[in-house]
Design a binder for this molecule. Sequence first.
Ligand code: Q9C
Ligand code: ZN
Length: 731
Amino acid sequence: MGGPGHGEFPIFEFLSEGRTSEGSVCCGGAGFACLPSPGRTEVRSRIPPLLAGPGMAENRRSGPQATALIYDEDMTRVRLLWDDPECAIEGPERLTATYARLCHRGLAQRCVRLPAREATEEELGLVHSPEYVAVVKGTQTMSTEELRTLAQQYDAVYFHPSTFPCARMAVGATLQLVDAVLTGAVGNGMALVRPPGHHSQRDAANGFCVFNNVAIAAEHAKRRHGLQRVLIVDWDIHHGQGTQGVFENDPSVLYFSWHRYEHQSFWPRLRESDYDVVGQGPGRGFTVNVPWNKVGMKNADYVSVFLHVLLPLAIEFDPELVLVSAGFDSGIGDPEGQMQATPECFAHLTLLLLPLARGRLCAVLEGGYHLQCLAECVCLTLQTLLGDPVPALSGDPAPCLSSLESIQNVRAAHAPHWASLRHEDTGPILTPSTWCGDGGPPLLGAQSVGTTERRGTLLDKLLSCPPPPPHTGIGLAVPDSTSSLNLPPALLQEEGVIVSKEEAEMWSRLDSASTQDQALAALGKLLALLDKILTGQVRAGIAVSPAVSAAMAVALRKGLTGGAQRLLCVAVGELDIPEDLRDNGRILLLNIGGKEQSEAAASRTHICLGGHEATEPGTFLLALTSLILPVAYSFRPDLVLIVLGPDCGLRNLDVELLTRLLQGPVAGQMLLLLQNPDLPLVEALAWALEGRALPSTLGPFLSASPKQALAITRLCRQRRLDWPMLQVSVT
Ligand code: Q9C
Ligand code: ZN
C-alpha cells in the first residue's frame, strides 16, 4: 500500500465509493468465526408499537452518528526476532486477539470500516527528524544482528524488517481516523495499531514505540484541518514522555497522562513525569501529569481523576478534537501496570470524554499486554463509542489515599493555570519525596490499596464477562403531539393506563392539580412507562407532566414499590418534595437551583445547591463534575430520576449533558420528567438516552461566580465522608 498520493483525504474517496460496509469486512480473513450478535433491530422489534424515524437505521453506517474501526493485518507483521524478556510482551497476538473478540461480540460489524494506509514521509516529518526517519527506513534491509545492534541504542525497543512499513501504517491508520472524524464522515472511532507511539520522540524510538502516532495526528489536525485546540488523553499506564516532549511548549495541545510512577522508581523513571511538571513557556498549564505512586489503583481512582482533574480542565480548554492514547496496560491483570481497573471502567472513561468536542473522539491503541484484558477493554471502549449504555462500575466507590494525594497535588499545581481550579480550596502541595500516603491516619471512606492480587478465578471471571444485556429501548410518555419529531428508531410511545381520580389521589396524596383530566392521562402514561423501566422492558424514558412536582412524588413512590433499592433523584428548579420522601433511606435527593435550604434541613440523603445562579452554565458545569457525578458514583443508584421543574433555568445543552453523564453511575436505567413539553428538548433527550453525541460543544468556558463556587466547594467538603468520591484531598 502506498501513501495517499492523490487527494487530500483518501477516506473521502473511500466513502464515496459506497464501501461503507457494515459487516462485509467483518473478520477480514483472520480465520475465526463471526458469530451473530444480538442486533439492535432484532431486540427492538419486540417492543410494540414502533415509531421509526425516517432512515435512522442508516445513520449509524456513515455520518456523524457512525463509529469507525481501523484494523489491518499488515500491522501484525512486526515481531521480536531474538530473546529479550522486556520486549517479548509486545507481539502480534495483541492485535489478533483483540480483533477476534471485537468480531465475536458483533462490535466490529457495527462499525464503518476504514482502510489503513502508510503515512508519507512528509507526515512523519510533522514530528520526527528526517535523520531519524532515515534510520528507521534503513531497518528494512538489515540482518537480525544489525536490527538487534540498532535496537540497543534505544530503551526497550526492537526492530524487524517490517518495522518501517508497519510503523508508517500505524501512523497512517491514525490519520485516516482523524480525517474521517474531522470531515464528518464518522462521529468517532478507534484504530487498532502496532507498533504503539506515545514513547516515541523526535529523534528516538522508545518503549516499543517507533513513530508517535497520536502526536503526528495532533499536528496533522492543527496544520491540515486548522484546529486550534486538541486534547490528548493518555490513559496508558506508562507516561507518554514522547508526546509530552513534542507539545511541552504548545498551548494548542492539552496533554493529559496518568502513569505508574511509584515516586520515580517505575519505568521510564523520569523526573518530568511528576505532577509539578506542567509545560513550558506558552505551553505552561497544558501538560497534566497524574503520577500513581502505588500499584493496585481501582475504578474509583481512575474515575475520580477524570471527574476532579481532567474534566474541569478539558471543559475549560474546550477542545475541537479528543485523541485518546488508549493503552490498556492500565487495566486489571496487566503485568506492566499492576493496576486493578476492570474493563467496564474504560467504558466510563470513554463516556466521560464524549461530551467534549461534540463527541469527536479518536481512540488509538498504545500498550496493553494481558491479551484477555486488552481485548475486553477495547470491546468496552468501542461499545461506548457506538453509543451503547455503559455497564455498572464495579468495586468500592472510594479512591485510595495515595490517589487522593496525587489528585490534591496535581490540582494544586494547576490551580494557577486554570480558572476552573483556581477558586477551589486545593490544599497545599505535598512534597513528593517526604510525603508517603501510608503513614497518615486512615481517612473515613477512603480505602487503602489492596496490594494482594487475587489471581486466577476472580480475574478470569472479570475478563470473561458475558456480552452485555441486549439493548432495550427508550420509552416516551408525552402528549400525542410529538409524532412529528425526529426521534430515534424503535422508540416506544407509551399509550398509558387509565388512572382513576382515586388512584391518582393515592399516588399523589391529594394534590388537586394532578387529578385534572390532562394530568390523569399524563399520570397513566408515567406509571406505565416507569413500570416498564422497573421491569426491564425499557431501559430509559422521558415523561412530560403538567404537574411535575406531583409527578415526581408519584415516580419516587412507584420507584420504591417497584423495587428500586437506591433511587437517585436530581431535581432541578423549584420543586416541592413531600416530607415522607425526604429522608427515606433509599432515596438520595439532589436539588439544584431550588429554594435555598437551611443547613438544618440538609441530611445525608438530601443535598441542596439552592438559588437561581446554581443553574447558570458555569456554575452548573462545576456542580456537575465536582458534586453531582461524584455523589452519583458514590451512591450507585439502580434508578435515576431527573426532574426539571417549571423554568428550571438549565440550558437544553446542559440537560442533555446531565442526561448523558448520569447514565454512567446508573448504568442506563433512567427516567426524565419534564414539566414543559418543549419538543426540541424531548427530541434531544431521546437521542441523548440513545447514546448520541451532543450536537454542539459546551462552548467557551464560563466560570462560576466566586460565591457559587464557594458554595459548591463547601458542600463537597461537608459531604465527602458520606460520599467518598467527593474527596479531592487527603487533608
Ligand atoms: N518492568 C507501551 O506500553 N518496559 N510501552 C518497562 C518495566 C518498557 C511500554 C519495564 C515498557 C514499554 C506502549
Ligand atoms: Zn504502556
